[in-house]
Each structure stands twice: as C-alpha cells, then as structure tokens.
Design a protein around this ligand. Structure first.
Ligand code: PRP
Ligand code: URA
Length: 210
C-alpha cells in the first residue's frame, strides 16, 4: 500500500485552527480545541476502515446495518504534545488501545531523542494511528514510524494538525507507505525548527509549561 498526504479543507477545522494559532488563546481553550480537531480529523482518517453487514432488531423491525470489521486500532501519541489528541480520537474510537512513544527534539541538533515506549501486547496486529500536533522537520514522526515498524506494524497512519513542507518531504522519502493526515501545511521552518506561522510550541501550549 502506498501512502498519501490528506490535507483537510473543512470550515470547522479551519475555524478551530484560527483559534489555536492565536497567541492570546489560553491553555484551557487550546487544549480543548486540539482535542476537538483530532476528533474531526479522525472521522476522515478512518474513512477506509472495512465494514461488514449485520442485521439489527430495532423496536419496529429489522435494519440492515454496517459494523466495523477488520483490524483493531491503536492510537499512538508522541509525548508530550500528542497526548492532547488522544481524548478526541478515543471519543470516535472508544475501543482503541493506546500506545505511548516518548520523544523530544534536542533543541540544538533538532534530532529526536527517545525516552519512553509502551505498546499494547498485540500491537503488530493493529492498525496504528500515530498522533502529534506538529510535523516540523519530520524527525520525530519518522523515528516514531520506525519504532512501530520495529514492532511489526504494517498498517500505519500519521495524523498531525500542522505540518511544514520539510516534514512532509522527509516522511514521503523515508516512509512512503505511511499516509499522512494533516489539517494544514504551513510555509516553512524557522532557524529553530519551528513551523512558520504555526502555533508555537504545541506541548508548552497544551500543558501550560511556558
Ligand atoms: C514537538 C512536537 C513533535 C516535534 C516535531 O515535540 O510535538 O513531536 O516537536 O518536531 P520535528 O518534526 O522537527 O521532530 P517536542 O520535541 O517539542 O516535545 P514535547 O511535545 O515534549 O514538547
Ligand atoms: N514543535 C512544536 O511544538 N512547534 C513547532 O513549530 C515545531 C516543533
């Protein structure tokens, strides 16, 4: 399977993005909206999920319905900022399991540093959706995908709220099999590896650490 880049063009998502980009938006509202955007994006990122036909007895008769079939899902946030997207994803996929990858970007080299990893035991059999609000250089995302492939995962999607062209380019080069779902692609990275215009440091804004 070869991956694609899906860029969202939905008024609700763009409206919410305009709020979280605003430097005057506070922690509480920022966190709430990150979660809401994740839920809306989940709707689109699961469009290709297989279903099977079932019959359900309603109070009035028999309804021909569809239910989700096929592989189970794991949501995998990249800590810290990816945690902000987990509740929104679980509101759409309540029986998904959650794996955690701890990665931070070394501020001087921008290289990803791994500090934690915990996955559900059957992770190799699950469809994996990695979540992180920011795809900047792409180093963290690519390292996270590499880790999931190391667990034997075959069906991996990446979901980000904002991306830089540089990050998308790196992912296309290193992991062409992984589909990327991103709400918006911004202009470029600055000299510190921040997305411009972006929204600042997602982790700090979600957790109020700056
Ligand atoms: C941010 C963000 C991504 C990474 C993106 O995390 O949440 O994980 O940077 O940058 P990259 O594409 O250049 O790798 P950060 O390292 O700031 O850690 P935090 O979430 O703990 O704040
Ligand atoms: N990480 C962030 O949180 N923001 C950026 O703009 C780039 C990386």
């Amino acid at each position: 399977m070869s991956g694609n880049v899906h860029i969202f063009n939905h008024p609700l998502i763009h409206h919410k993005l305009s709020i979280i980009r605003d430097k005057n938006t506070g922690t509480n509202e920022f966190r709430t909206i990150i979660s809401e955007i994740a839920a809306l994006m989940c709707y689109e990122a699961t469009r290709d999920m297989p279903t099977r036909d079932i019959q359900v007895e309603t109070p009035v008769g028999i309804a021909n319905c569809k239910t989700l079939a096929g592989k189970k899902v794991a949501i995998v946030p990249i800590l810290r900022a990816g945690l902000g997207m987990v509740d929104g994803m679980l509101s759409m996929l309540p029986s998904a399991k959650v794996g955690h990858i701890g990665l931070y970007r070394d501020p001087s080299t921008l290289a990803p540093v791994t500090y934690y990893c915990k996955m559900p035991p059957d992770i190799s059999e699950r469809e994996v959706i990695i979540v992180d609000p920011m795809l900047a250089t792409g180093g963290s995302a690519s390292a996270a995908v590499e880790m999931m492939k190391g667990y034997g995962c075959k069906n991996i999607k990446m979901m980000n709220i904002l991306a830089a062209p540089e990050g998308i380019e790196l992912m296309r080069r290193e992991h062409p099999d992984v589909s990327i779902y991103v709400a918006a692609v911004d202009d470029h990275l600055n000299e510190h590896g921040y997305i411009v215009p972006g929204l600042g440091d997602a982790g700090d804004r979600i957790f109020g650490t700056k």
